[in-house]
Design a protein around this ligand. Structure first.
Ligand code: DQA
Length: 146
């Protein structure tokens, strides 16, 4: 089993960017946590970050037939990107939408997500630990269908 952890715009600045909202954990820390957790649950993991919408679309295309599931934090593109929505519709990998912050407790423009309708589910508000929750949820979903 293989998972892609895909992070979008500005997430390369994790740890220094608005730490009161996004925490002090850096992206390399998050990726190391994901790699360690993947070992623990016996899955392969690949971590990618891009600030570019088209590059994220490319990664979703590449995931076809390569990854069984994607943990996707699309950052601000969550709220704007029909291109990401369409890419996910054409991809057979299962998607879990992830946000560090609770987007529903923030500005109203963050309440709309183009990803949610095509995701298995959404995890938000648990900071960096959300990535672990998402990997477990994905693994369980692939195992049991729930
Ligand atoms: C985010 C929430 C988005 O609204 C925001 O644009 C981000 C990060 C989160 O992880 O909480 O860049 O996806």
């Amino acid at each position: 089993r293989s998972f892609l952890i895909l992070n979008g715009p500005n997430l390369n600045l994790l740890g220094t960017r608005q730490p009161e909202i996004y925490g002090h954990t850096t992206l390399p820390d998050v990726e190391a946590m994901c790699a360690a957790h993947a070992d623990k649950i016996g899955v392969m993991v690949c971590c990618v970050q891009s600030n570019h919408e088209g590059a994220l679309v490319d990664e979703i295309h590449k995931a076809r037939g390569t990854h069984d599931g994607i943990v996707l934090n699309a950052g601000a593109y969550t709220h704007t990107s029909i291109a990401l929505l369409d890419a996910i519709k054409g991809c057979d990998a299962k998607i879990i939408e992830l946000h560090l912050s609770n987007i529903h407790a923030r500005e109203s423009f963050r309440h709309k997500s183009y990803i949610s309708p095509v995701a298995i589910g959404l995890i938000c508000g648990f900071g960096a630990h959300g990535y672990i929750l998402a990997m477990d949820a994905l693994n369980n979903h692939l195992e049991t269908g729930s």
